[in-house]
Design a protein around this ligand. Structure first.
Ligand code: F6P
Length: 379
């Protein structure tokens, strides 16, 4: 096996050796696996590879990375990008298990390029995640910052949603430099147009609803499907639009049950439809109750399905992998340049970084036009 990225007895990474032609020399005597000759690109990569400890930002030697809040597909791809980019620039990289909860408990492990191998395509987060109740308190923030010091963490990369960023912001105010990368299936982080995991979750929900429509059509039923999104309706709107839902209910838009649900379903029936899909964002309320009411008022047999946590799993789509890679690399780029306490964001299709205080004071909301468009083509 090529052990090139493991630490040697001095705690320094083993640097792969190359001959005068730039071809790797296999120095491993325990295993006879042949290392193929390095490509031009790899030779170039090693030529520019920073030596461990010789970091572009002299103030920062060790970078911690954690995932916090609800997991999202693509978080692993992002951890991999952060760790590999960090190693490339010579930083010592450590992973914190179970988010802020793990930081408080000192669950810190050394990471290197090989330790993040094989995770790119995996859903979830191999660092695990948690929602800590103790951490957001003043005492929690101070002990977390102290713990970071104990483990020599000079900067912390937090992959998570809005709540995780508010925690990171508090850490930045007590002197621990942070970088936030948006990862949540809800797409509800104000400063960014896109959050890692959103596309995979939308595709998962869409596939499920397509299946549900098949059976709703056979039985001439109304299917009420609840999708996640916490207080936001992004997931519901775009999934509803993509599945041709007759009704989409979002927490951002107050619903008049008779006008927005019953009347629409009856109109669709009059236009010849024999089955109906109602997509409900979880922030709207009880989808089982909604299905019951539809059946009572219209006489159309109705069923409710709560998609729940299955929307959070699965192998990330290319959109999520790509965003995870770019955002992960951008986080390290910010640290290199001394741009600390930043939130990585997608704006106008570009990967940018914003001041954390500014980013967390932003708002975003769903455009009403998008909802109208969805309604027009559902008839
Ligand atoms: O924030 C992601 C999310 O999946 C929300 O859509 C949902 O409201 C929440 O997390 C569920 O949280 P938990 O996994 O703690 O039940």
């Amino acid at each position: 096996m090529n052990n090139s990225s493991e630490l040697n007895v001095n705690g320094q990474p083993n640097v792969p050796q190359a001959d005068v032609n730039g071809h790797a020399v296999n120095t491993n005597t325990e295993n006879d696996m042949q290392i193929p000759p390095m490509s031009g690109l790899l030779t170039d990569l090693h030529r520019h590879h920073h030596v461990f400890g010789d970091t572009p930002n002299k103030e920062i030697r060790t970078i911690g990375v954690l995932t916090s809040g609800g997991d999202a597909p693509g978080m692993n791809a992002c951890i991999r990008a952060v760790v590999r980019a960090g190693c490339y620039y010579g930083y010592r990289m450590v992973g914190i298990n179970r988010g802020y909860h793990g930081l408080l408990r000192g669950e810190v492990n050394e990471l290197d390029a090989r330790k993040v191998s094989g995770i790119l395509s995996r859903g979830g987060t191999f660092l695990m995640t948690a929602r800590s109740k103790t951490f957001p308190t003043e005492e929690g923030i101070n002990s977390a910052a102290r713990m970071a010091k104990v483990f020599g963490i000079d900067a912390l990369v937090v992959i998570g949603g809005d709540g995780s960023f508010r925690g990171a912001q508090k850490l930045s105010h007590v002197g621990l430099p942070v970088i936030g990368i948006p990862g949540t299936i809800d797409n509800d982080v104000a400063s960014t147009e896109y959050t890692i995991g959103y596309d995979t979750a939308m595709n998962t929900a869409m596939e499920c609803i397509d299946r549900i429509r098949d059976t709703a059509s056979s039985h001439e039923r109304c299917s009420v499907i609840e999708v996640m999104g916490r207080e936001a309706g992004y997931l519901a709107l775009n999934v509803g639009l993509s599945c041709g839902a007759e009704v989409i209910l979002l927490p951002e838009i107050p619903t008049d049950f008779d006008r927005d649900v019953i009347k629409v379903i009856l109109e669709c029936r009059n236009l010849g439809k024999n089955h109906f899909v109602v997509v409900v964002a979880e922030g709207v309320g009880n989808s089982v109750q909604i299905a019951k009411q539809i059946e009572e008022v219209t006489g159309i047999e109705s069923r409710a399905t709560i998609l729940g946590h299955l929307q959070r799993g699965g192998s990330p789509t290319i959109r999520d992998r790509q965003t995870a890679c770019f955002m992960g690399m951008k986080a390290i780029e910010c640290i290199n340049a001394g741009r600390l306490n930043r939130i990585i964001a997608e704006q106008g299709g570009k990967c940018v970084d914003l001041d954390i205080d500014e980013a967390l004071s932003m708002n975003k909301s769903i455009a009403r036009d998008e909802i109208l468009d969805a309604k027009i083509i559902a008839f």
